[in-house]
Design a protein. Structure first.
Lengths: 296, 252
C-alpha cells in the first residue's frame, strides 16, 4: 500500500508521515519526492529542518529541476533582516506566491518538512484550517507533510490525521536496516484500510517493500458481522434440558448435611468402630492442651 | 580528550567532522565529562571555540582541561577560545548591577517570555560552538535551531549542547518539560549521546551507561533507521574507560 500511495498521486490528497525520535521519516519523505519528480511533476518544499544542500543530497540531479526548495531553515522566525521564508508565511496567499514560481500547467505537490515547526508557532486550529484552504484552493494536487508526532499532544496529532487521506507511521523494525510503516488510508467513499509493511530505502531513494504483515488489505470488520460465538465448539453442555435440571436438583451433594445423614452419623450403628482410650502411667493428659505430648 | 571515545565516534583531532550537531544529555548521572572531552577535542583540533558556560565558571573548566592537557587560559589569550561566563553574567543581570560588557546577551534571564535572540547574535561571531546549557527555557529549541543553521550549515562548524533530563521519565507530553526539550533537540541533532545512571543503582566500578545514536544527518545517505550502540563507562582521574555491557574489568 505504501508504494501504491507513492505512485498514485491522488487529487486533493493529504499524506502525513509521522515519525519519532527513534526513527526518522525524512528518508521516506525523500523517497516520495524522488518518485514524484520522476513522474515529471513539480515539487515545492517548505524546508524548516534541514538546509537545502542536505535536503537535495541523495536526490538524483537529473530530475531536480522540478524541485523548488523554499528556505525556511536559515531564518524561520525572522530574526535577521530579510528572511527568505518564516513560519509566519504559512498562509495560503504566501504559499501561493511560492507556488507561482513554477510552471502553471504541471501537477504540483507541496511538501512541508516539518509540520512540527509550524505547529509550534501556530495554533493547531489555524494549521488545520490553512491546510484545508490549501487543498481546496486548486493550485495543488496533493500535500505531503512530515510530522514529529512525539513532540505534540496526542489530540493535536489526532486532529491533523483526521484531515489526511493517508497517514504513514514509521517505527524502527525488529532488526537491521528495515523500518516498519503502519499505513492508514481513507478513500473518498469513507472506507479505511490499514496495512503494516517493512520497507527499506536504498542509496538512490527507491523504496522496496521487504515484508508485508498479516493484516494486509483487510478492511476493519463490522462488529456485528464478526461476533463469533465462543460457545460454538464446546465439548460440554452449557444449558440443561428440563429432565436434566430435575435430576440435578434431586441430587444432594456430599457436603449438604441432611437430617438423615446427621442422625446416621450421631447414633452409632452396630459394627461401627469405637475408640477406646486407656491412659498409661506416664501419660500426663492435659485437658487444656491436648497436643502437649507432641514434640513441636 | 578521551581517545577511547574518539574511536567509538570514529573521529580524531586531525580528522575533525564538519557540520555536526552533537546533543549530550544525561539523566540520573553527570555527563559533563563529555563536555570537557569535546572542549579539549576541538581545541586540540585547532578549531575556534566559543564556549557558553552556564553551569560552571571558567576556572572550573580551566582546571579540568589542565588535567586533560589543554590550557584554556592560553587558548583564550591566543584568541582561539571565546569563553562567555554565563554564570557570572547571570548574577549581574539578575541583581541589575552595572552592565559589564558581554552581559547584555543574558538579558533573557530577566524576562521569562523571551526568545534567546540576543544569545544568537553573539554566537554568530565564532565558528565552532561548544555550548553547555543548564537553563531550561522553552525557546531553547529555536535558539538551537538558529545556532545549527548558522554554525553547522553556513560555517561548516560543529555544535555541542548539553541538556539535563528530569530524574524520572515523564509520561505526558508536556510542552515545557525537559523531556520534551530533549525530544525536540534529538530531532535536530546528528549525533546524540545519552548518559544515564545504571538502572540498578549506584555502582563503584561502573558509573553509568552511554547510548550513542547516529541519526544519519549530513550529506551522507544512510537508512532511515538510526544506528545505536550502548556502552558502560567509568570515569577515572584523567580519563574515561568505555566498555560493552557487562564487561567491566571489575566483573571479569
Amino acid at each position: 500500500m505504501l508504494l501504491d500511495i507513492m505512485q498514485t498521486n491522488e487529487v486533493g490528497g493529504l499524506v502525513i508521515i509521522q515519525d519519532t525520535v527513534d526513527c526518522c521519516g525524512r528518508q521516506l519523505l525523500k523517497g516520495f519526492i524522488h518518485c514524484a519528480l520522476k513522474r515529471d511533476e513539480v515539487v515545492h518544499v517548505l524546508g524548516f529542518e534541514v538546509c537545502e544542500n542536505e535536503f537535495r543530497g541523495g536526490l538524483d540531479s537529473k530530475f531536480t529541476q522540478g524541485l523548488y526548495f523554499h528556505d525556511g531553515y536559515t531564518d524561520p522566525l525572522g530574526w535577521t533582516e530579510c528572511p527568505p521564508l518564516t513560519v509566519h508565511h504559512f498562509t495560503p496567499q504566501d504559499i501561493n506566491t511560492c507556488l507561482s514560481q513554477s510552471e502553471q500547467l504541471k501537477t504540483v505537490t507541496l511538501v512541508v518538512d516539518s509540520l512540527s515547526w509550524i505547529l509550534r508557532h501556530h495554533s493547531p486550529a489555524i494549521v488545520c484550517q490553512r491546510l484545508q484552504e490549501l487543498r481546496r484552493g486548486g493550485a495543488l494536487r496533493s500535500v505531503l507533510l512530515l510530522l514529529h508526532s512525539d513532540m505534540h499532544q496526542q489530540g493535536i496529532v489526532g486532529s491533523l490525521c483526521h484531515l489526511a487521506t493517508a497517514v504513514i507511521l514509521v517505527a524502527p523494525g525488529m532488526s537491521g536496516q528495515h523500518t516498519v510503516a503502519k499505513t492508514t488510508r481513507r478513500t473518498k467513499s469513507g472506507r479505511v484500510t490499514r496495512e503494516e509493511e517493512c520497507f527499506s530505502v536504498s542509496e538512490d531513494l527507491t523504496i522496496t517493500i521487504e515484508a508485508q504483515s498479516s493484516c494486509s488489505g483487510k478492511t476493519l470488520p463490522e462488529p456485528e458481522e464478526y461476533e463469533a460465538d465462543p460457545a460454538a465448539n464446546l465439548t460440554f453442555n452449557l444449558r440443561l434440558s428440563e429432565v436434566e435440571r430435575e435430576a440435578k436438583e434431586k441430587l444432594s451433594l456430599p457436603f449438604v448435611f441432611s437430617q438423615e445423614k446427621k442422625s446416621a452419623l450421631l447414633h452409632p450403628r452396630p459394627g461401627a468402630g469405637r475408640i477406646l482410650y486407656e491412659p498409661d502411667d506416664n501419660d500426663d493428659f492435659d485437658q487444656e492442651d491436648p497436643d502437649d505430648d507432641l514434640d513441636v | 580528550m578521551f581517545s577511547e571515545l574518539n574511536s567509538i565516534l570514529n573521529t580524531s583531532p586531525e580528522n575533525c567532522p564538519q557540520g555536526e550537531f552533537t546533543l549530550v544529555s544525561d539523566r540520573k548521572a553527570d555527563a559533563s565529562f563529555l563536555i570537557h572531552h569535546f572542549l579539549s577535542f576541538y581545541l586540540r583540533a585547532g578549531c575556534k571555540v566559543c564556549f557558553l558556560g552556564l553551569v560552571q565558571s571558567f576556572s572550573h573548566y580551566s582546571a579540568v582541561s589542565q588535567r586533560l592537557g589543554v590550557s584554556l587560559t592560553q587558548a583564550r589569550e591566543k584568541g582561539q577560545l571565546v569563553f562567555l561566563e554565563g554564570l557570572k553574567g547571570a548574577l549581574g543581570v539578575l541583581l541589575e548591577e552595572e552592565p559589564s560588557p558581554g552581559t547584555h546577551m543574558l538579558g533573557f534571564l530577566r524576562s521569562p517570555r523571551s526568545d534567546l535572540r540576543e544569545l544568537f547574535e553573539f554566537v554568530r561571531a565564532s565558528s565552532t560552538v561548544l555550548l553547555s546549557l543548564g537553563v531550561r527555557v522553552g525557546a531553547v529549541v529555536d535558539f538551537a535551531h538558529y545556532c545549527r543553521a548558522f554554525v553547522c550549515s553556513k560555517l561548516q562548524g560543529n555544535m555541542v549542547m548539553l541538556i539535563r533530563g528530569e530524574d524520572e521519565e515523564e509520561e505526558e507530553c508536556d510542552e515545557e518539560g525537559a523531556e520534551w526539550l530533549l525530544r525536540a533537540l534529538t530531532h535536530q541533532c546528528s549525533l546524540a549521546l545519552r548518559v544515564q545512571g545504571l538502572p540498578t543503582g549506584y555502582c563503584r566500578d561502573i558509573h553509568g551507561q552511554m547510548e550513542v545514536f547516529w541519526r544519519g544527518h549530513g550529506s551522507s545517505v544512510t537508512g532511515p533507521q538510526t544506528q545505536q550502540k550502548l556502552f558502560q563507562y567509568k570515569v577515572h582521574d584523567k580519563g574515561v574507560s568505555f566498555f560493552a555491557r557487562g564487561t567491566s574489568s571489575a566483573v571479569l
